[in-house]
Design a protein around this ligand. Structure first.
Ligand SMILES: [Zn+2]
Ligand SMILES: [Zn+2]
Length: 333
């Protein structure tokens, strides 16, 4: 392994022992750098937090204000102590998401956090950052995971709505990132009708709008007459798809927007009639193309299917290892 003795990968997160700073720790710590707002990366209870302004706002909404928060300005190094600096670069995953470049003594280590390479109207695009060591996520790190273009998935959603004017299309989407991306993509596809929301999605959508991501007309399902919802698109968190809440809707066509919808069994488990393969993570081609492009001396793989990507790196004559971090959850897909 290279001389990265100043970084240690522990089960609770990536630690910089000399500066006593953690990245995305799964437990409360005194000083944390946070890549983005998903619950498996951003937790409450830290003392000092450094994150982009958007991620800090998302964390404040979810956990209340941290005792001390510093907003990272993109691409500007922040000194952490022990000769280490950290700079944040866009990751293209959800609003505010960032990769973190760590530098010490001329050595460059990039922690991708979660990322994708595809265009997303709700966040800045991923920027490739040259490095010696790449610490990459691998949520969809198997060759079978190739996400289709999103335009086709949106077209299937709009077609289902047009074909069934007496029903509504109920789309399961996680509250941070996926819901807003589906809405913004519908707007890009020319859909100007009100989109109806489960109450659990409302606050995050409002925050996205406050932070400059327009989502068009949104209304709450709560208080609407059942027939007013016929022919409409309704968004709800995945947990609401099959519960009592959905009984108020007119004969819903159940859809779900997730990278996991590639796996038929997952769609069946959730009684999903219309699986939409829409992911905010890099698919296999994006993961491997990014590693080829950056050509780091070494790759550390975490958050997902580590083994296949480690093996692939070895076939490319790249040194690679799997990190075993705990606490990865599927809010994130
Ligand atoms: Zn994640
Ligand atoms: Zn995430």
């Amino acid at each position: 392994m290279t001389g990265t003795g100043w970084i240690s990968a522990t089960p609770t997160g990536i630690h910089l022992p000399g500066a006593d700073v953690w990245i995305d720790p799964s437990q409360p710590v005194a000083h944390a750098l946070i890549t983005h707002g998903h619950a498996d990366h951003a937790r409450g209870g830290h003392g000092r937090v450094i994150a982009t302004a958007e991620t800090a706002a998302i964390m404040a909404l979810r956990y209340g204000q941290a005792p001390e928060t510093q907003h990272a300005v993109l691409r500007q190094p922040i000194a952490l102590g022990d000769g280490i600096s950290a700079s944040f670069y866009p990751a293209g995953h959800v609003l505010g998401s960032a990769q973190i470049l760590l530098e010490r003594g001329g050595e460059r280590v990039v922690v991708t956090g979660d990322y994708k390479r595809r265009q997303d109207p709700t966040c800045l695009p991923f920027e490739p950052v040259p490095c010696d060591v790449l610490i990459t996520e691998a949520t969809f790190g198997l060759p079978v995971f190739i996400h289709p273009p999103i335009a086709g998935e949106m077209a299937r959603l709009l077609q289902a709505r047009a074909d069934h004017p007496d029903r509504c299309v109920l789309v399961g989407a996680y509250a941070l990132g996926k819901a807003q991306r589906v809405i913004a993509e519908l707007r890009q596809a020319g859909y100007g009708e009100p989109i109806f929301l489960h109450g659990a999605l409302a606050r995050m959508c409002a925050l996205y709008e406050e932070l400059g991501v327009p989502l068009g007309p949104l209304e709450l399902v709560e208080g609407q007459k059942r027939d007013k919802l016929a022919g409409q698109i309704v968004l709800a968190p995945p947990s609401a798809l099959n519960d009592r809440w959905s009984r108020r809707l007119p004969d819903p066509i159940t859809a779900m927007a997730s990278g996991w919808m590639r796996v038929r069994q997952r769609a069946v488990q959730r009684n999903v009639e219309l699986p939409l393969i829409i992911s905010d993570h890099a698919d296999w081609a994006e993961l491997t193309d990014t590693i080829r492009e950056l050509r780091p001396a070494e790759v550390w793989v975490t958050h997902g299917r580590e083994e296949a990507l480690v093996h692939w790196c070895q076939t490319q004559q790249l040194r690679a290892r799997a990190l075993e971090l705990i606490g990865h959850e599927e809010e994130d897909d």
